[in-house]
Ligand binder design. Structure first.
Ligand SMILES: [Zn+2]
Length: 65
């Protein structure tokens, strides 16, 4: 499981996107990441990518009563 760090890491724009879509990063989430970065610079809370990526996959992890 690769772990990505927001802090200053440059993603190769021709590499497959971190979201697992199989598209090149520049054709997929590059713009998305730029927006997140802009929000973060303005002081907004930005959710971690891993939260975005695993959205809706929390089934079967136990029931809260
Ligand atoms: Zn993507």
């Amino acid at each position: 499981m690769p772990s990505l760090h927001m802090s200053g890491q440059k993603i190769d724009r021709n590499a497959p996107c971190w979201c697992g879509s199989g598209k090149k990063y520049k054709n997929c989430h590059e713009e998305f990441d730029e927006k997140l970065r802009a929000y973060a610079l303005k002081g907004f809370y930005v959710p971690d990518r891993s939260l975005i990526k695993t959205e809706g996959r929390s089934k079967g992890s136990g029931r809260a009563l």
